[in-house]
Design a protein around this ligand. Sequence first.
Ligand SMILES: [Zn+2]
Length: 77
Amino acid sequence: MQAPIDKMKYKGEDALSLNAFIYRERGILIGYFLCGLCAAYIFDHSEKHPGVQTPLHGRIEQNLIAAYHKHLSSLNA
Ligand SMILES: [Zn+2]
């Protein structure tokens, strides 16, 4: 989902959704913000299925890994 990255309400407080994962092949940590729509979806999912990653996480991570490789190849140009 694409929507502006903006603060969301979490437990009644304004919050930003900062996420990160380790890209093991390269040993780097990739961090990202979620838009309010995706953040709300993931929070909702994690309450219903604690400890289970959503399919959305997998798609986001694959996109970020692809973007990271694109960035690396641009450095060699
Ligand atoms: Zn989104």
